[in-house]
Write a protein that binds this ligand. Structure first.
Ligand SMILES: [Zn+2]
Length: 467
């Protein structure tokens, strides 16, 4: 009875049903045969010659049998890992880039959600953490979750800062608590603390966020100069950059690295080192040559390319002293990561995508390589972008590892990533919510994006087009 009723509604085109469902009839069962599975569970051994069965958006078996009528993917010689997470990104939106006016005349400044998501998808990134989410971020997230756009799941943090008359401002502890309650009411899931907050307001925000069930991630405000220890209030969840520590070190000593790592460890605070960001900042402070020659630049929106090349503040403010300082900082961060590992501070992979030079998706692989360069094993680097982010974000019951019952967010690789983390770039295809996109399709999407970005590039001028 129920079934007849439903099919009648579908037949009459009732708008209660998202059009994407009707438009994209996916085969609901897919099997990857003879594949090597790297489950990334805490103690999970690699599973050889597995038959992974995916039904709709779930993994339903790791050892067959193959259901009749299933689509079959040959996994021989291939390795399956959980989809990757980038734990520190920013995203194109009106609220973030502040274009002056549109879409009155070409070039349109609309940010197309699929174009934003394609580089993540093509790089096996199935989850991202937006650390300065805006109103539009909810719409972008929902387009993905409804299946209208192929892209990563997005967790949303509201940024709270002090001082400037824009964004969420909190100049007093009671303002800070109210800003947290407002953000929660608006649907934000996390709170990002920013550099201008005073000591008392910072502590009040962390405390209120905990009361409201929201985790916190942040910069360590300048107000903690000389009293870094007091930033480690209970429930301060995660440090957003290694730089938040290094700017509090006078001499970049191993002693400081150890001291910082101990502070985080004692407080249960995790860290996203974002090594790739500081590497790009150092490079651009020296010259824009490396950025201009970057093979991934073509996948960034032309307005961003303009911002990075024409309005690059790191390059504009360059001095020989600053160049030397950033070079030392880049080196110190590798020792800081090593100290965090030694102290047992959980390390998660984040890129700070949208900082000049840091391109969505591609940059996560740069970060993984840098983390291994700083002393993580290949497996630890993989964990920093799979199981551990899911744990911090509170979604580990649903994703982050390959297990029966988990969401089918998966990346099929051409070789063994445990032998060399760079193999995570060699992607044969990606599953998001059980939907498979193969290499040929990923390449076609990237080529199309690059072509359109390049064609329109000269029409974008960040200085003229943004507020
Ligand atoms: Zn950031």
């Amino acid at each position: 009875m129920k079934h007849i009723f439903l099919s009648l509604i579908v037949a009459t085109g009732c708008t209660l049903f998202p059009s994407a469902w009707a438009a994209k009839p996916e085969r609901t069962t897919t099997v990857i045969e003879h594949v090597t599975v790297v489950p990334m569970t805490a103690n999970g051994a690699v599973l050889r010659n597995a038959t992974v069965v995916i039904e709709k958006d779930r993994i339903v078996a790791l050892q067959g049998p193959v259901p009749a009528g299933a689509r079959r993917i040959d996994g021989r010689g291939k390795w399956l890992i959980p989809g990757l997470t980038d734990m520190h990104i920013h995203m194109e939106s009106d609220g973030y880039l502040r274009p002056k006016k549109y879409p009155t005349e070409p070039p349109s400044l609309f940010f197309d959600t699929q174009d934003i998501m394609t580089p993540y998808l093509a790089n096996g990134v199935t989850q991202i953490f937006n650390l300065d989410a805006k109103a539009e971020s909810f719409a972008q997230r929902n387009q993905v979750e409804k299946g209208e756009v192929l892209g990563p799941h997005m967790a949303l943090a509201a940024l709270i800062d002090s001082g400037k008359p824009q964004g969420r401002i909190a100049n007093t502890p009671s303002d800070g608590r109210q800003a947290v309650r407002d953000a929660k009411a608006e649907g934000y899931e996390f709170i990002k603390l920013y550099s201008g907050l005073d000591v008392e307001t910072f502590a009040a925000i962390v405390d209120e966020a905990n009361k409201q069930g929201l985790k916190t991630v942040g910069h360590i405000p300048e107000a903690f100069e000389g009293k870094l220890e007091s930033a480690f209030v209970p429930n301060f969840g995660m440090i957003a950059h290694a730089e938040e520590f290094s700017k509090h070190s006078a001499d970049f000593s191993d002693e400081d690295a150890r001291r910082f790592a101990e502070m985080a460890k004692r407080n249960g605070t995790w860290i996203t080192p974002t090594l790739t960001t500081m590497k790009w900042i150092a490079s651009e402070t020296r010259s824009l040559d490396e950025l201009r020659a970057s093979p991934t630049l073509q996948y960034a929106h032309p307005l961003l390319q303009s911002k990075w090349l024409v309005a690059n503040r790191y390059n504009r403010n360059s001095t020989p002293e600053l160049i030397a300082y950033f070079d030392r900082m880049v080196e110190f961060h590798t020792r800081l990561v090593r100290a965090c590992k030694a102290a047992g501070v959980p390390i998660v992979a984040g890129t700070d995508t949208l900082t000049s030079g840091v391109v969505a998706g591609f940059s996560l692989h740069d970060e993984l390589a840098l983390l291994v360069g700083a002393g993580l094993t290949n497996e630890e680097a993989l964990a920093s972008a799979t199981r551990l982010p899911a744990v911090w974000l509170g979604v580990d019951g649903d994703r982050g590892t390959i297990e029966v019952g988990k969401r089918a967010d998966l990346v099929l690789l051409d070789a063994d990533p445990l032998a060399d983390v760079a193999i995570t770039r060699r992607i044969a295809g990606v599953f998001i919510n059980g939907r498979w996109t193969d290499r040929a399709r990923l390449d076609a999407m990237l080529a199309d994006l690059s072509r359109r970005n390049t064609e329109n590039k000269d029409q974008f001028d960040f200085k003229k087009m943004t507020r």
